[in-house]
Design a protein around this ligand. Structure first.
Ligand code: B12
Ligand code: SF4
Length: 475
């Protein structure tokens, strides 16, 4: 009786919080639908995620799970895109019958509390994605918290950073396993082995501590993108209004091997998802979220033929939506006007293009096979179409001088003058990744590789927050 009265007394409070959360969610959805596809970058990049973080999420989840996957917060991460890596992994785990929870700590208001609540109900493992930079700090904070309360729950690290520094990551006291590169098969096998208390030494792509030393198992073949299990979008439904695009990846890897890039290390074998599968995935995606589709592939135009076939199918099926993609400048330059017009007719409104530098010498050193003339001529060409061209650059590459940086600034002016829709996406501090060709050159030029995960966390890319090390040296 006393319990019942206590519960009844709490009812108005619960109702208040429920209505408050409902109103805030509705407000968020309305902000989202009014502005997200608007051209104003400030709204798209800042306001929507801020609103989401301030008000909405962190509702209590009383369910029990087998596997928890975490996308840590990052100081620099302003765009809230789906946690693709985790969704890709979750698809295989859900397909195998596991109860999976995704915590997107870029949005989740009570990430730490939820982590402990969920872990308290028992888990087979916790998986965390690792990107180089500040995200590591947040990832380690969560790992430490979990280890301090539930030391027996295994923590698995994966993602680009864990893949390029597997030993260093696995050596960290709060990390139990690293999965290198593509994680689907290994994470599933690891979950099964841990659940059954079996030996893990036959599972490919792992790095872990055993009797005081590090063990690495060999790589295995890459997965086919043809018959993948469906993406379990339901797992990210609570966050749906905050994601500012409906994002999708339809290939893995890249046919190029630029000297600074980690993609050839994380996904060494380039693979394209067949057009029919792409269209099925697009339909499922748009059913989950009606918004501009942002293709996550680093090199969307790896095959013009495949893009053309995807457009054929989209036209046949009457699939019409706005979309954005990341592309190589020379690939766009090689497309004829009729094809670009067809892309626009089928919804392309925004391209993210890596121009990297305004110095021919620096461009050559990157091994990107891109010339200044490619950049300027493609920019002029694209300027004739209603496509926003967002260019990214790098600064601080080994051997780069102040004159080279001045050339980059001059190129930026030129691009903007010659194309009214040219936007500077960002100027990134060059980050030497172990395993890339330019890493050794950076070390010879004085770069001191971080000796721990914590040190990698302090390397940040956004000069907006911290002035880049190389930049300071150059100045
Ligand atoms: C989406 C994206 C973003 C988003 C969201 C990132 C986020 N943290 O949530 C935004 C736009 C914010 C972003 C920002 C940045 N990004 Co980014 N981004 C990407 C992009 C385009 C797609 C990632 C993706 O979802 N891929 C598809 C999935 C399926 O592949 P995947 O991520 O590799 O995941 C697989 C494996 O890595 C592994 N795996 C991943 N996580 C886990 C976890 C566990 C537990 C396990 C077992 C396995 C595992 O299994 C997955 C399935 O096979 C990639 C390029 C690319 N095409 O991959 C770049 C990329 C990851 N980004 C990169 C960079 C450099 C950045 C920035 C530093 C750019 C900048 N200068 O600002 C910032 C850093 C942001 C931060 N977090 O600190 C680099 C990676 C660098 C690195 N070593 O970490 C990449 C590879 C681009 C490149 N070519 O250089 N990025
Ligand atoms: S083209 Fe892009 S994704 Fe491919 S290796 Fe170069 S930088 Fe990486």
């Amino acid at each position: 009786m006393q319990k019942f009265l206590q519960k009844a007394a709490l009812l108005p409070v619960r109702l208040f919080y429920f209505v408050k959360s409902l109103v805030l969610r509705l407000a968020l959805v309305s902000v989202q639908s009014r502005f997200v596809q608007a051209y104003d970058e400030k709204i798209r990049r800042f306001i929507v995620p801020v609103i989401g973080r301030l008000f909405s999420f962190g509702l209590k989840d009383n369910n029990s799970y087998d596997i928890l996957l975490i996308q840590p917060l990052s100081d620099t991460d302003r765009i809230n895109l789906f946690p693709h890596s985790l969704l890709a992994l979750a698809a295989w785990l859900v397909d195998a019958g596991y109860r999976v929870k995704i915590l997107d700590c870029r949005i989740e208001r009570y990430c730490e509390k939820n982590l402990l609540d969920i872990a308290g109900r028992g888990l087979v493992l916790v998986g965390i994605t690792f990107y180089t930079g500040s995200q590591i700090r947040h990832a380690l904070k969560l790992a430490r918290l979990l280890k301090s309360r539930y030391p027996s729950i295994p923590i698995v690290a994966g993602g680009p950073h864990a893949s390029v520094t597997p030993e260093q990551t696995a050596a960290h006291p709060d990390i139990d396993f690293v999965v290198r590169g593509e994680g689907e098969k290994s994470l599933l096998a690891l979950a099964k082995a841990l659940e059954a208390g079996r030996d893990v030494s036959q599972i490919p792509r792992l790095c872990y501590k055993k009797e005081g030393r590090l063990v690495s198992t060999p790589d295995d073949s890459a997965i086919s993108l043809k018959n993948l299990p469906d993406i379990p979008y339901e797992l990210i439904r609570p966050y749906r209004p905050v994601y500012d695009a409906a994002s999708l990846d339809i290939s893995r890897g890249c046919t190029h091997k630029c000297g600074y890039c980690v993609i050839p290390l994380v996904h060494p074998k380039p693979r394209l998802m067949p057009p029919a599968t792409v269209v099925l995935r697009l339909k499922a995606l748009l059913q989950f979220k009606k918004a501009a589709v942002y293709f996550m592939d680093d090199n969307f135009f790896m095959s013009k033929g495949r893009v053309s076939r995807i457009l054929d199918l989209m036209e046949q099926e009457g699939l019409s939506f706005t979309w954005w993609a990341m592309a190589r400048i020379d690939d766009m330059g090689a497309l004829d006007d009729a094809f670009i017009a067809r892309l626009v007719k089928n919804g392309l409104t925004r391209l993210y293009l890596g121009a990297e530098s305004g110095s021919e010498k620096v461009l050559l050193s990157t091994g990107k096979n891109l010339k200044l003339s490619d950049i300027t001529s493609t920019n002029r060409k694209l300027g004739r179409f209603p496509i926003v061209c967002e260019y990214s650059f790098m600064a601080g590459l080994p051997g780069e001088t102040q004159d080279d940086l001045n050339m980059t600034m001059a190129l930026i002016d030129k691009l903007r003058k010659e194309n009214p829709r040219a936007v500077i996406w960002k100027i990134n501090d060059y980050m030497p990744y172990p395993g890339t060709r330019l890493f050794e050159q950076a070390v010879q030029a004085g770069f001191k590789p971080p000796q721990s995960l914590e040190q990698w966390a302090d390397l940040t890319y956004y000069r907006r927050k911290h002035k880049g090390r190389f930049f300071q040296e150059l100045e």
